[in-house]
Each structure stands twice: as structure tokens, then as C-alpha cells.
Design a protein around this ligand. Structure first.
Ligand code: NAG
Ligand code: NAG
Ligand code: NAG
Ligand code: NAG
Ligand code: NAG
Length: 828
């Protein structure tokens, strides 16, 4: 009786699982990595995270992040994933923690290009999953996606890269994703010798072909498991003997049978069939031919769905694999209780092939009233051999120790408390410094620590969460939960490498942006600390301010002031937001330049932002610009020497080529990136647009070409045509050009950039009669005492100068609303 109950509940669980699967499979484990890239990229429905977010899984002798953008050989077409790669000069491995045992996809993306001394077109290497060799002495010749699935029985999945002798390994993108248990079950037939195959569940499989018969290419977006299906035309031996049919809307998935996870309706709803015409005596096979590796067994999955018959029992046909009759007198309607258009599949395991091609045929059965035969889909999967290999005899490399892993564990258990202590110390130092500074500075926004309590005790004395204090402090997790409607997915306003950003409302009504880090991300912890550290030290009208943070329960949550108008980028392209006027754009650039100028000069040590881009410039309700995202910031250049070996960080299209070459970080790298933003603002197009002709892909190169010709007006945002005064445009273009100088020393400081942009604004606003080129000092004198040209400004403006200018801009152009707000917040 007890066992009967148990069986009953197992059935219920099973039935519930079927229900889950029919709603769409949600993988428990999912790792998508954009190797070598500093950017997250969305491909299909998945976000491939920047390399830095995955480095915690990796043990490798050397960090080499290759970027094709700065090279002559650029994969101009194809996936964004192919633009960067990670290079492994010695045995390297990723260790992914697996929450749910069972089969997992492993997808490897390759696209060879040349990076420095590494010519990936000649790289040779092996890749292993656990102990199974996936590829062996492999040299990808072109854009290549290799898909495998392996059964993971332990808590970790190790994927190892092993360079062949005198070579190196690389990969452009990597993914590891759970596969539903129902996809590969132990239910395959052997046909030679005939019988049942046991042990399919434990096999490692490689997808050799996945074909949509008689239908179009099915992209990964249109497959619930992120698979792709190619059309069968090119595999047909005699295409004229075949025809196709499509009836996608008719497809039914039977109760307890295949779901759309087995194959989507676009596969079951299209077929290739015999082209019998109206000849009732037609007697031929339709045959497809595939290339295979000899010496391996293959799992062949045939997908059928009778979308051609008008009544049950009309269609009867034969199926041959490699000339063996594997299904005689197949009558699909009998497999589904007389129903037509019902999904059905069969699995077969072959003996090891001894040749490199095999054929699959369908042909009429004498029992059929009318000669016909069809096939809707086909999958061919290579199975591992008895040496546990899918590819030759590669030998699993040995790894020197497991230092890195230990480091991660120690890092987590010691690092978090240590970080908190450090943050605490920082705050106290910071408060000290604040008080010191207040005595010296006229312009610093006064800090009020409510009631003089320290930040730690703030919450024990009261529960109101408010922004009354300008000093960031710890916010209880429960308050963050409340503010974001328990992290309501519909409140998500952005997704970044660090995690999701939610809109939130504190209980005093203050709107906030809540950035919630992935709790397991070690790299994230470093960025979390940097961001708190930077933003609590540096407060400025043109830097996004931190309201608080939460580190309870391993959470890494940052709470910022809410920026009503989102990113600058979203106002330039890719959205339906109204166009910004030229004046608004200039003011935004000036604001952002001011924020960066402050970072570079405003404190004892310069801070380098390292990720200046239009997506990191946010706009408040008055379209005032504030620089955000300090996760990558570094103080420099004093720290240079110690950072020579760290991986180059930043974003594609904005990266300073000199920083890339020399790996030396200075403020001038930010100036370069800012120059790219300046062109982006003018041209209103993405900084990298792979869909454009090759010479236009990279905005910095493209715009510089036109700037040097003196014809920048040819490529400006069409919405600005006729609205920019030529002098203003010229000044603006020159400013950008100088920012993009090849060598950092030739680039202006952020202070110079700021003044030149202000000048460009004034040239736009003022009715200038003089020719500024001939007599610029004179014009500058008329416009404003602060506005100078590159030649007239001290190369490194002092803090005092900065503060003067900052005071000045409070009374400046169209900033009055901002000013009144500031006064109000200071008065609290
Ligand atoms: C790489 O693939 C592209 C498109 O798939 C093709 O045009 C090109 O000729 C291939 N290159 C080589 C070297 O095979
Ligand atoms: C269907 O068949 C026609 C010709 O018979 C062919 O042109 C077309 O490409 C086929 N469609 C697919 C998706 O195979
Ligand atoms: C997905 O399928 C829909 C409907 O069949 C089609 O309109 C769309 O273009 C497909 N998407 C891709 C990326 O192939
Ligand atoms: C179809 O192919 C099978 C296997 O090669 C063969 O035995 C059969 O005779 C063929 N049928 C026709 C009608 O050609
Ligand atoms: C594939 O590897 C598994 C696990 O090592 C092993 O049990 C199985 O026998 C192998 N398959 C074949 C066909 O030898």
C-alpha cells in the first residue's frame, strides 16, 4: 500500500513536470559567457556576460583577452560573440557549479582572427568536458559552433582547454545550460543487430546535424532550447524527387508524448515528401546524405508528423538508415490513436560507421494506397566511444594545483567580512576627510549626517528610509524589497554585467534605482566595493549619487538616485524618444565632461573611470547629465605599475587603443572614450554597428575620416542638419578629434575638453561677429572669462580653478532649475 502511494505521487510529480515543460523549459543551470569581451551581449534570448563576470570560474596561466576590433582581420559579419576571444597559452579550465544533475548543453563558439602574435587560424587544441574529449587537435577554420550535451553527475562541470604542442587554444563564447530530462531518454532501438540500446542517458553527444525537413532555418530564438535547425535542401541526393509541404498551425503535441522542447512546431509542421506528382506508380526513395566521422556510433532521431493526409491510414511508408530498413510500413496515424498532424519521433543507434558518408531514405510501402513518404525533422548525434572520446585520442591535461579555487573559497568566506570592515574604515576616513575639506572648500555640497549618528546605528534608531543624508549608508534588505515591490521583474529598467537594475520607491516617496548584483559573483564583489568606495568619496552634481547599499544575506545591492530620463544612449538612437536639440546635446556633453573632470582632478588622487560611454551617462528629469557606473574605476596613474598586467577593461568601440597596446592606464584613456561619445552625440549612431559597410562599422574611425577632410557635416544626425552653427560644429569636431589623438600625451585634459565644449555652446548661442579663428582670445574674452582654447588653458588645471568654474556654472546657462533643487536639498 505504501509503495502504491509512492508510485502514485511519483506519477503526480511526473505529470506536473510534463505540465511545466509544456509551458516552456526554464533551465536551472545557465552560463553564457562572451569570452574576451568587456561587454555583455544579448544573442537570441540569452545574455552572454562579459569575460570579467566569468573569470571566477576560470583557472588559466595567463589572461589574454583578444579583441578583433583593433586588428586588420575583423569578423565584420556574423554574431557579436565572434568579435572577441580568450586565448589560453597553457592548460586552462572552467569549473561550473551545477545545481541540478543531468544532461547539460555545452556550446563552443569559434571564429579565428589575428590578435597580436596569436594567429587563431592556425591554433590547435583539445577541449574536454569532465574526462570526455569533445574536440581533439582541433583547428576551427571559420565561424564554427560546436554543440555537445553531457550528463553531469557531480556538483561541478569542468571544461578544460589543452593547447596542442607549440600552439595555443582560444574560444569566442561558451555556454553551459541544463537540458530537460525528457530530451534524451533510454528508448533507442539498435537495428544492426536489432534490439534495444541501453545507456543512452550516460552518453556524451555531439550534434552533427539538426535538420528541418522542407522548412526554413529555425533560429535559436524560435527554439525553446536555443537550438538551431537548418533546411534540408543541401543534403538531398536528388532534390527533384522531393517536394515540401507546410502546415505549422495544425501541429498537435499529444498528451504524454513529445513537447515543443523535443522539436518546435516549425519543424513538425513542415516536411519533405516524395514528389509523386499524380503518378500512382511512383516507386523511388527520397535520400539525404550526411558526412560523419568513421569509428563512432550515432544516435539518429527522426521526427514525423503527418501533415499531408486527409484521413487516417492513408500514409504508409518505409524508412532506411544506411540501407537498413529501420521502419517498415510506418503508419503515423496508428501511433497517435488515429489523429493526424501529431508529433512523433523515433530514436535509433547505429553500429560504428566505417565510412565517412551515410544515407537516410524514405520510400513507399506496397501496403500504401498511394505512393508517398515524408520526414519532418532529423537529428544526428555522435556518441562517445569506449575511450570516452568524441574526437580521437586527446589526453586530458593535468592542472598544476588548484590554487585559484582555494582563493575563491577563501575570498568568499574571508573577503566579505573583510570588505565590510574596510568599507567601515573607509567611511570613517571619508567622514574625517569630508570635515577637513568642508573647512577648505567653498563649493562642496554640505554633508549632514542625520542627528550626528553614525551610519551603522542609523537603522537601529529608526526605520524611515530617506535621502535626508547625503552620505550613503546601509539599507536593510527588507526596505529594498519593499521599495522594488519584491524585485518585481516588470520594474527592471536595465540589465548589466553586474546584475539587474530595478526602479524603486523608498517609503518616503523618493524614487531610486536599485542595482542588485549576482550574489555568487566574486568579481562583482570587487566592483561592488569599488563603486561604494568611489561614490562615497566623490560627490558631484554630475556624478550619479549613491543613496545606500545593502549587503545582508550575501546580497550586493546599490541604491542610487533615480535618473528619470535614462541613458544618453537611449536618447540618441534605438528608441522612440524625442530627438535632443543641439543645445541640449552640448549641455549634456558639458555636464558629463564636468563630472569626469572632477574625477580626474577633484581629489588628491586622480580617478580614472575606465568605462566612459553613452550608456554610462544618465540624464535626470531636467536632462542634466551625470556619469554613472564606477565599478571599473581605478585611482591612478600612481598605481600604473601594478596594473600593467591586468586585463584591459572597458567597452567595445570606446577603448583607447594606446591603453590597449601598452596596458597603461591614465586619465587620457577616459578622454579618448569621451571623444567617441562626442562623435556619437553628433552622429546619433552606435559606436560599433556591424550591419554597416566595413569602413563605417567603427564610429571613431569613420567620423575621424570625415573630420580630417573637414566634412564632418556630411555624417551628422539628419535631425541636426541645418541646426548647428558652422563655428559651433567646427569647435565640437576639433574637440572630438583632439580627444581621439593616437597618443595620450597629445590629447587634451578633461578640463580643456570642458572649456572647448562650453565654447562650442557659446558659439551656438551668441551672435558672434568676429571670426573666432582669427582672433579667438578676443572672442573668448567677450563670451566668458572661463572659456578658453586649448592653447590658452593651463594643461593641468588646479583644484582651485575647478572649483571656481563649478561655482560659476551654478549661475550658468539653463541650469537654474537644477540650482533651485540643489539649494533645497542643501537646506534639509
Ligand atoms: C567563412 O564563412 C563565410 C560565410 O559562411 C564564407 O563566405 C567564407 O568564404 C568562409 N571562409 C573560409 C576561409 O572558408
Ligand atoms: C520547397 O520546394 C521548392 C521547390 O519544390 C523549393 O524551391 C523550396 O526551396 C523548398 N522549400 C524549402 C524550405 O525547402
Ligand atoms: C521566429 O518565428 C516567427 C514566426 O514563425 C518568425 O516571424 C520570425 O522571423 C522567427 N524569428 C527568427 C529570428 O527567425
Ligand atoms: C530504397 O532504398 C533502400 C535501401 O537502400 C532499397 O533497399 C530500396 O530498394 C529502395 N527503394 C526504391 C524504390 O528504390
Ligand atoms: C561513453 O562514456 C560512458 C561514460 O564513460 C561509458 O559508460 C560508455 O560506455 C561510453 N560509450 C561507449 C559507446 O563506449
Amino acid at each position: 500500500m505504501g509503495s502504491g502511494d509512492l508510485r502514485f505521487s511519483i506519477w503526480i510529480v511526473f505529470a506536473l513536470c510534463l505540465v511545466c515543460f509544456s509551458v516552456g523549459f526554464d533551465p536551472v543551470d545557465k552560463y553564457y559567457i562572451n569570452c574576451g569581451s568587456s561587454d555583455d551581449v544579448k544573442v537570441g534570448n540569452s545574455i552572454y556576460v562579459a569575460d570579467k563576470s566569468a573569470s571566477k570560474f576560470l583557472t588559466t596561466p595567463q589572461d589574454i583577452l583578444a579583441d578583433s576590433n583593433l586588428n586588420s582581420i575583423t569578423p565584420s559579419e556574423g554574431s557579436l560573440l565572434y568579435r572577441t576571444a580568450r586565448i589560453y597559452t597553457g592548460p586552462s579550465k572552467y569549473t561550473f557549479s551545477i545545481s541540478q544533475n543531468g544532461r547539460h548543453w555545452i556550446r563552443l563558439y569559434f571564429y579565428p582572427f589575428v590578435y597580436q602574435n596569436y594567429d587563431m587560424r592556425s591554433a590547435s587544441f583539445s577541449v574536454f568536458a569532465q574526462k570526455t574529449a569533445l574536440v581533439s587537435d582541433f583547428t576551427p577554420k571559420n565561424e564554427t559552433v560546436k554543440e555537445f550535451s553531457v550528463n553531469v553527475m557531480s556538483g561541478d562541470l569542468v571544461i578544460a582547454f589543452s593547447p596542442s604542442s607549440n600552439s595555443f587554444a582560444y574560444i569566442n563564447a561558451l555556454e553551459v545550460v541544463s537540458v530537460p530530462d525528457s530530451l534524451i531518454v533510454d528508448d533507442a532501438s539498435l537495428f544492426n543487430p536489432s534490439g534495444a540500446f541501453n545507456g543512452l542517458v550516460n552518453q556524451a553527444l555531439e550534434t552533427v546535424a539538426r535538420v528541418n525537413m522542407g522548412g526554413p532555418f529555425v533560429s535559436l530564438e524560435n527554439d525553446t532550447l536555443g537550438r538551431t535547425w537548418v533546411s534540408d535542401r543541401s543534403f538531398l541526393l536528388q532534390p527533384n524527387l522531393a517536394t515540401n509541404e507546410s502546415k505549422i498551425s495544425a501541429v498537435k503535441y499529444p498528451q504524454g508524448g513529445p513537447t515543443s522542447d523535443i522539436a518546435p512546431p516549425t519543424v513538425y509542421g513542415t516536411c519533405t515528401k516524395m514528389n509523386s506528382g499524380s503518378d500512382p506508380n511512383s516507386n523511388f526513395n527520397v535520400t539525404w546524405v550526411f558526412n560523419v566521422d568513421p569509428g563512432f556510433q550515432y544516435l539518429i532521431r527522426l521526427h514525423f508528423c503527418d501533415i499531408v493526409s486527409t484521413a487516417a491510414n492513408q500514409l504508409v511508408f518505409n524508412v532506411y538508415i544506411d540501407s537498413f530498413l529501420v521502419a517498415q510500413d510506418l503508419e503515423l496515424s496508428t501511433k497517435s490513436g488515429g489523429q493526424l498532424a501529431t508529433a512523433y519521433y523515433m530514436d535509433f543507434v547505429t553500429t560504428p560507421f566505417d565510412k565517412s558518408k551515410f544515407g537516410l531514405s524514405i520510400g513507399p510501402s506496397p501496403r500504401s494506397g498511394y505512393p508517398d513518404a515524408l520526414l519532418n525533422g532529423l537529428e544526428i548525434m555522435k556518441m562517445n566511444n569506449s575511450r570516452d572520446s568524441l574526437a580521437g585520442a586527446a589526453i586530458l591535461p593535468t592542472f598544476p594545483g588548484s590554487k585559484k579555487k582555494l582563493g575563491v573559497i577563501l575570498g568568499v568566506s574571508i573577503g566579505v567580512p573583510l570588505a565590510l570592515v574596510m568599507i567601515g574604515i573607509l567611511f570613517f576616513m571619508h567622514i574625517r576627510r569630508r570635515q577637513e575639506r568642508l573647512r577648505h572648500s567653498r563649493t562642496w555640497v554640505p554633508i549632514s549626517i542625520n542627528g550626528g549618528t553614525t551610519m551603522g546605528s542609523k537603522y537601529s534608531t529608526g526605520t524611515a528610509v530617506s535621502v535626508g543624508s547625503n552620505l550613503s549608508y546601509r539599507i536593510p534588505f527588507i526596505a529594498v524589497q519593499e521599495a522594488t515591490n519584491n524585485f518585481d521583474e516588470s520594474w527592471v529598467i536595465g540589465i548589466g554585467g553586474f546584475g539587474k537594475v530595478y526602479k524603486g520607491i523608498l517609503n518616503d516617496g523618493t524614487k531610486v534605482a536599485v542595482k542588485r548584483g549576482n550574489p555568487r559573483s566574486q568579481q562583482g564583489l570587487a566592483e561592488f566595493r569599488t563603486e561604494i568606495e568611489m561614490l562615497s568619496q566623490f560627490r558631484h552634481r554630475h556624478l550619479v549619487s549613491l543613496i545606500g547599499y545593502c549587503d545582508e544575506k550575501n546580497e550586493m545591492i546599490l541604491v542610487y538616485e533615480y535618473m528619470e530620463n535614462g541613458t544618453l544612449k537611449s536618447h540618441l538612437y534605438g528608441s522612440n524618444l524625442p530627438n535632443l536639440s543641439w543645445k541640449q546635446r552640448l549641455e549634456i556633453c558639458i555636464g558629463a565632461a564636468r563630472g569626469l573632470h572632477y574625477l580626474h582632478t577633484g581629489d588628491a588622487k586622480a580617478v580614472i573611470h575606465r568605462d566612459v560611454k553613452s550608456a554610462n551617462i544618465l540624464l535626470d528629469e531636467n536632462l542634466m547629465a551625470k556619469v554613472a557606473d564606477f565599478g571599473l574605476s581605478k585611482t591612478g596613474p600612481e598605481l600604473d605599475q601594478t596594473h600593467v598586467s591586468t586585463a584591459v577593461k572597458g567597452s567595445f568601440g570606446y577603448l583607447d587603443p594606446e591603453y590597449f597596446r601598452r596596458q597603461q592606464l591614465t586619465e587620457k584613456s577616459d578622454v579618448y572614450s569621451f571623444g567617441v561619445v562626442v562623435f556619437e552625440v553628433l552622429c546619433a549612431r552606435p559606436v560599433i554597428d556591424p550591419s554597416l559597410p566595413r569602413e563605417m562599422v567603427n564610429l571613431a574611425e569613420w567620423a575621424m575620416k570625415w573630420q580630417k577632410k573637414g566634412q564632418l557635416d556630411q555624417i551628422i544626425d539628419p535631425n541636426l542638419v541645418g541646426k548647428i552653427k558652422p563655428d559651433s560644429l567646427r569647435k565640437f569636431g576639433e574637440t572630438a578629434e583632439k580627444c581621439l589623438a593616437d597618443f595620450g600625451v597629445d590629447r587634451p585634459s578633461m578640463g580643456d575638453v570642458l572649456w572647448n565644449l562650453e565654447y562650442a555652446l557659446q558659439l551656438q548661442e551668441a551672435t558672434v561677429h568676429n571670426d573666432p579663428e582669427e582672433n579667438s582670445t578676443n572672442v573668448i574674452g567677450q563670451l566668458s572669462p572661463q572659456v578658453g582654447d586649448f592653447n590658452h588653458v593651463d594643461a593641468s588645471p588646479s583644484v582651485a580653478q575647478f572649483e571656481t568654474s563649478s561655482v560659476d556654472d551654478l549661475s550658468g546657462v539653463s541650469m537654474s532649475r537644477v540650482f533651485s533643487q540643489l539649494v533645497k536639498s542643501e537646506g534639509r
